[in-house]
Design a binder for this molecule. Structure first.
Ligand code: CP
Ligand code: NVA
Length: 303
């Protein structure tokens, strides 16, 4: 039984396989080639937090592959408080073929996956966002022909999205630089458990965005206040203000540099309108890729 909880759990070969399949599925979708690979399969989506891209791209992707999806709001399911994670998991494993979960706490995913009879897919937790990380690398591959050797400068919070992207980069031969305020970088456990195994100086972490973007192929940003951190918003707005991705910062990167954002964007905070709507930004191509990579993940888990 395989799950898709963290990119750390996949080998480089497995990531490459998923990226190749994502490109194939994207091409088939553009040419309207029908698929029935998930015919008769039912995929559940349990979301404790809001979503546009993850929910809709999973539901549309499942439909395109001939399957059915079922959306279950987290407050109706009551993971861990209406019933135990194990009782939930034992029950739902008998109805569904796979389950996508968006949760506040990553340990909720682990608790469900431990006893699950069906594949569990992480649709975002406080720890990681592997579907996003996979779509991000696919987008870099499309933009530059190959991802190996490219440098991503993540300007912002060392959060779930940054962690998954750093892992994707580390596994696929890319450089990753995190530019963040002091105290908002990667935690020591992540660095010890994963980063230091890539190389002793992976990733680079600096507290100034300007040197970080010099020589970068991609500038990446995400919201400064993630879902679940709303109480910290005022403090974060102050601390992250020097880390805005704007025209001045972009001018310090090379002319070929692209800008990515997992979305939703808080325009005027982590990114300005002119950069979001400008020629360097590929955030909507990136958002579109979410659906293709998730179709590849579903086919891989349910093969
Ligand atoms: N990037 C992303 O996961 O978007 P949603 O929160 O809209 O799903
Ligand atoms: N870091 C953000 C990503 C949203 C897709 C959050 O967790 O809210």
């Amino acid at each position: 039984m395989r799950h898709f909880l963290n990119l750390i759990d996949l080998t480089a070969d497995e990531l490459n396989h998923l990226l190749t399949e994502s490109a194939r599925l994207k091409d088939a979708h553009s040419r309207r080639i029908p698929s029935h690979s998930l015919s008769g399969r039912v995929v559940g989506l349990v979301f404790e937090k809001p979503s546009l891209r993850t929910r809709v791209s999973f539901e549309a992707g499942v439909a395109q592959l001939g399957g059915t999806s079922l959306y279950l709001p987290g407050n109706e399911v009551g993971l861990g408080w209406r019933e135990s994670l194990a009782d939930f998991s034992h029950t739902i494993s008998q109805y569904l073929d796979a389950l996508v979960l968006r949760v506040y706490q990553h340990k909720t995913l682990d608790g469900i996956a431990q006893v699950s009879g069906i594949p569990i897919i992480n649709g975002l937790s406080d720890w990681s966002h592997p579907c996003q990380g996979l779509a991000d690398v696919l987008t870099v591959r499309e933009l530059f022909g190959t991802e190996a050797g490219r440098t991503v400068a993540f300007v912002g919070d060392g959060n779930n999205v940054a962690r998954s992207l750093a892992v994707g980069c580390g596994k696929l031969g890319m450089q990753f630089v995190l530019a963040c305020p002091v105290g908002y970088g990667f935690d020591e456990k992540f660095k010890a458990d994963y980063c230091k195994k890539v190389s002793p100086d992976f990733p680079k972490e600096i507290n100034d965005p300007f040197p970080a973007v010099k020589g970068a192929d991609v500038i990446y940003t995400d919201v400064w206040t993630s879902m679940g951190q709303e109480a910290e918003r005022e403090e974060r707005l102050k601390r992250f203000a020097p880390f805005q991705v704007n025209a001045e910062l972009l001018s310090k990167a090379s002319a070929q540099c692209k800008v990515l954002h997992c979305l939703p964007a808080h325009r005027g905070e982590e990114i300005t309108d002119d950069v979001m709507d400008g020629p360097a930004c590929a955030a909507f191509q990136q958002a579109g890729n979410r659906m293709h990579v998730q179709k590849a993940v579903l086919e891989w888990l349910l093969r």
